[in-house]
Design a protein around this ligand. Structure first.
Ligand code: FES
Length: 148
């Protein structure tokens, strides 16, 4: 084997040997970035978070905010009602967003038919776990929730 052929072969082999290392370095950076993002989005803040205004809540008797620092939030009630209910409307079966049906007073999931009571308990499957609840309050014209 001539010297030129050896260098050429080593060059291709060197690139081939370096390529997996370079790809691994790139993918580990992405993993770290993804890890940071997941960590910040899954950590529910312990302080009160504003999710809307009383005017928005009173308009429909419910207030949905799919993306808040605490996660998805559905508040049911009005400023005139004695109590507010706030849940994470992510269905515990497969993750669809449930809706509040005022006519039958329950949360309903349009994906596979699960139903939940006002307190989040399962009324009808296939879901088996209750909806997660939040503490909620109205203050100075705004609606607030807090992880419990
Ligand atoms: Fe709600 Fe399946 S995702 S019942």
């Amino acid at each position: 084997m001539k010297r030129r052929e050896l260098i050429s072969l080593f060059g291709v082999a060197g690139i081939a040997a370096f390529l997996p290392v370079a790809l691994a370095a790139c993918s580990s950076e992405k993993t770290e970035t993804t890890g940071k993002t997941e960590k910040t989005t899954t950590t529910a803040p312990k302080d009160w978070q504003q999710v809307g205004t009383v005017a928005e809540l009173d308009k429909k008797g419910q207030l949905l905010l799919e993306k808040s620092p605490a996660g998805a939030v559905l508040v049911v009630g009005t400023s005139a009602s004695k109590t507010l209910t706030a849940v994470n409307p992510t269905c515990t079966h497969s993750g669809c967003i449930v809706g509040w049906n005022n006519k039958v007073n329950k949360f309903e999931c349009g994906c596979h038919g699960s139903e939940f009571a006002l307190d989040g308990k399962v009324l009808e499957g296939p879901a088996t776990e209750p909806l997660k609840g939040y503490a909620s309050k109205i203050e100075k014209g705004a609606v607030f929730i807090k992880a419990v």
